[in-house]
Design a protein around this ligand. Structure first.
Ligand code: SF4
Length: 381
């Protein structure tokens, strides 16, 4: 029962959402912004066209709440792709199994070399990524990599395929302390079309993965949708609702959100519902008002300008020194272009300096696994 977010989502059918959005007034938006604890209906009102006209008010409230709960500190992490073998055919992804490209699967030793390179650059917060190939990039393989690299980092997160509660528990025991799961879209019919074959085709298994990670004892759990797959604000609302429900259901877990917007990739995918910058800012500020304590992660899909702009409005985690390809730093790669194109190529020192310029402090380490005595911290700025 605890695992069933779908039941909550079903209480918000599209017709009900449309009614709320169409009937929202500026007075209701103002009331929502004045509340300390927002309900899902308030969040939906903040995503309405009426609220878009009050974007400055949303921005001010979001800034106030971000300063109250996070100060001027921004957590920095970097992704490490360790395998791009994938059995899925997600229509929007460069790692799609149908794309004819050489695949790379790092050995545990190669993964260590790549991780050591990132450690030597100053990174202390790492996110491991794989494609969805559970027989090759198995939970045991990921656990072996984590065991090998754990002493280099204060925090090791995962952004991999959906696991069972037992496998999440295995990875937690090994040293993983955070996970992110992108539902991509919360609209089941579209989801099925976008993910025609492979394990990811199972909408419900994926939808319940964050709950299973919470139940297994994960310290931080993040959710997100790939904005641009459905008309705004459908997935925006569902993502916020999912995070809200997880916060209520698992109060001991730090719940976070990621806010990716779809961007071009190898192959072709027609983005029918591109989210423009104003709606994107509306989404981030509405999320911050609805979930004032949740971390919000902005990836390098966004430009340096947009990322810097979003920090005072709610973003609390950013990546730096990013590559979305497997290998290529300390080990050979196949000149693959990576999972998606990035638009912010700043290194760790450049990111730290950029945050300093706008009055914020880069935090490379804000937590330490109690089983590790010390992991050196160094800000490269
Ligand atoms: S989005 Fe993930 S699961 Fe889908 S094809 Fe890309 S790597 Fe594989």
């Amino acid at each position: 029962m605890q695992h069933e977010f779908a039941q909550v989502l079903n209480t918000w059918p599209i017709e009900r959402r449309k009614e709320v959005i169409a009937s929202t007034t500026k007075a209701q938006v103002a009331r929502a912004l004045a509340r300390e604890n927002l309900e899902p209906i308030d969040f939906l009102r903040l995503l309405s066209p009426c609220a878009l006209e009050m974007l400055e008010d949303l921005a001010q409230r979001a800034h106030e709440l971000t300063i109250r709960y996070f100060g001027r500190a921004v957590n920095i992490f970097t992704p490490l792709y360790i395998s791009d073998i994938c059995t899925n055919q997600c229509r929007y992804c460069g790692f799609n199994a149908k794309n004819r490209q050489k695949r790379t699967h790092l050995s545990v030793d190669q993964a260590f070399q790549e991780a050591k390179f990132l450690h030597d650059q100053g990174h202390r917060n790492i996110l491991l990524l794989t494609g969805d190939a559970p027989k090759i990039a198995s939970p045991k393989y990921v656990a072996d990599v984590v065991r090998e690299i754990k002493s280099l980092f204060a925090s090791v997160g995962i952004e991999i395929y959906a696991l069972s509660e037992e496998d999440y528990a295995l990875l937690i025991q090994t040293g993983v302390d955070s996970m992110t799961m992108f539902q991509e879209t919360y609209e089941p019919t579209l989801y099925s079309w976008l993910h025609p074959v492979g394990p990811k085709h199972d909408y419900t298994w994926r939808l319940n993965a964050p709950s299973r990670a919470c139940a297994a004892g994960m310290r931080c759990v993040g959710v997100g949708a790939l904005l641009g797959l459905t008309a705004f604000p459908e997935d925006a609302f569902a993502t916020g609702l999912h995070a809200y429900w997880l916060e209520q259901t698992y109060p001991g877990v730090d719940i976070g959100l990621s806010i990716p917007r779809i961007c071009p990739h190898e192959g072709s995918f027609n983005v029918e519902h591109a989210v423009d910058d104003r709606h994107f800012v509306q989404y981030v500020t509405a999320l911050r008002c609805f979930l004032p304590r949740a971390s919000i992660t902005c990836s390098t899909r966004e430009s340096p300008r947009m990322r810097d702009h979003l920090v005072p409005l709610g973003v609390t985690r950013v990546s730096a020194g990013v590559s979305t390809a497997v290998g290529g730093r300390a080990t050979p790669n196949n000149n693959n272009p990576g999972q998606f194109e990035i638009t912010d190529h700043r290194s760790l020192p450049e990111m730290c300096a950029a945050l300093k310029t706008i009055g914020y402090q880069a935090v490379l380490k804000d937590w330490e696994d109690p089983s590790l005595s010390s992991v050196a911290t160094a800000c490269a700025s």
